[in-house]
Write a protein that binds this ligand. Structure first.
Ligand code: MG
Length: 374
């Protein structure tokens, strides 16, 4: 028990203009990225920040996320001790089904408060620093590949070497053309990864992926729809290239099923799928037991959620494949953090400040807020 009490919860829906269109196997994002920001106040004068980045085709809608936090989780939080994170997260599970983005946002704000109160970074509350830097991947997802290649070349000049290409939305011939261009135009030592976002049909996935393997990708992510688990296992067995589950693994129990049958070689862990950093670490541990390596995935999020992912990966050994926390710096026209999220030169430097390490710029939050719920 901390002697600190939660006194307030504010939920903001926010829309931030983006620099370029992102096209994925499962849907587009253009114009603006919509996120839900959570602010938890305490009687100690300490404020914690959290974020949800719901996407209707993946994790859920912003409306459901706001309802979960503002209506259903509010009574659990107000009056509670913010240090009782395990107990509060168990309470959240019993209060609202699914709503993993809302639960992740709540957990981030609680850890931010705890870290600030104890004057220590969140990674110290999650096992301590296993690493202080995380290799950064940038996603090639613009339907205009030349526009993204220009950005990729600029990034390469700063030392950046990992790129994840979004495939499966414009046909197999176009995917091959995009990969050929990337392999021709980027330096020979770049690490190229491929993400289908469930964009393939099952029946001809293996024959098409054998063509993709010719480009020597480091991994192939979520080729087929999330519920096609048997097909994913067949693809993993058929290919030499490691296969990664993203949409197929949200929860620790799904990770257990996939790990026990070794359906994939790799799992992308996102705090918005698992419902927070603690459950993300559970998935990493389950994967580890099966020899499955993990990667830090992301949604269309601001630096607040990036920080949560950063602390989770900093404190967890089984993340050898880096992260894709690029949006706050390279995709949003403006971020909500008071100082820039520390992604530079192809890596993220884990921040050492108390709590999540960087606070929110409340003027900028107000500028992009669409609606606020107190
Ligand atoms: Mg993915």
């Amino acid at each position: 028990m901390s002697g600190i009490t939660i006194t307030g919860l504010s939920v903001f829906t926010v829309a931030i203009p983006v620099k370029t269109v992102r096209r994925q196997g499962s849907g587009d994002v253009s114009d603006k990225a919509g996120v839900v920001i959570v602010k938890i106040d305490t009687d100690a004068g300490i404020t914690g920040w959290g974020e949800a980045a719901p996407w209707p085709v993946f994790t859920g809608t912003a409306e459901a996320c706001v309802g979960a936090l503002h209506v259903h989780l509010r009574p659990l939080l107000i009056g509670a001790d913010p240090f009782r994170i395990e107990w509060l997260m168990a309470g959240a599970e019993k209060t609202v089904v699914h709503a993993t983005e809302a639960k992740a946002a709540m957990e981030m704000a609680l850890f931010d408060i705890m870290g600030k109160a104890l004057k220590t970074p969140v990674y110290n509350l999650l096992g301590g620093a296993y690493r202080s830097e995380i290799p950064l991947s940038f996603s090639i997802a613009n339907p205009d590949i030349d526009a993204d290649i220009e950005i990729a070349k600029e990034l390469c000049a700063t030392g950046h070497r990992i790129f994840k290409v979004k495939t499966g939305f414009a046909g197999h011939a176009e995917d091959i053309r995009r990969l050929e261009k990337l392999r021709t135009e980027l330096p020979g030592d770049v690490d190229i990864r491929v993400d289908y976002n469930q964009g393939m049909d099952v029946f001809d996935a293996i024959i098409k992926l054998r063509d993709i393997e010719a480009f020597n990708p480091t991994f192939i992510e979520q080729p087929v729809p999330m519920d096609k688990v048997e097909a994913l296992a067949e693809i993993t067995r058929a290919l030499d290239t490691p296969v990664m589950a993203d949409e197929t693994v949200f929860s620790p129990s799904q990770a257990l099923n996939v790990a026990a049958r070794r359906v994939v070689d790799l799992i992308s862990i996102k705090v918005f799928k698992s419902g927070g950093m603690l459950r993300g670490k559970e998935i990493a541990a389950i994967a580890d037991a099966a020899g499955i390596s993990c990667y830090g995935g992301s949604m269309f999020e601001t630096g607040i959620a990036h920080l949560a992912g950063t602390h989770m990966i900093a404190a967890t050994r089984n993340f050898p494949l880096g992260c894709e926390f690029y949006q706050a710096v390279y995709y949003l026209k403006e971020d909500l953090l008071a100082e820039p999220y520390p992604a530079k030169g192809g890596k993220v430097t884990v921040p050492d400040g108390p709590g999540l390490g960087i606070d929110v710029d409340e003027d900028r939050l107000a500028k992009y807020t669409v609606e606020r719920f107190d």
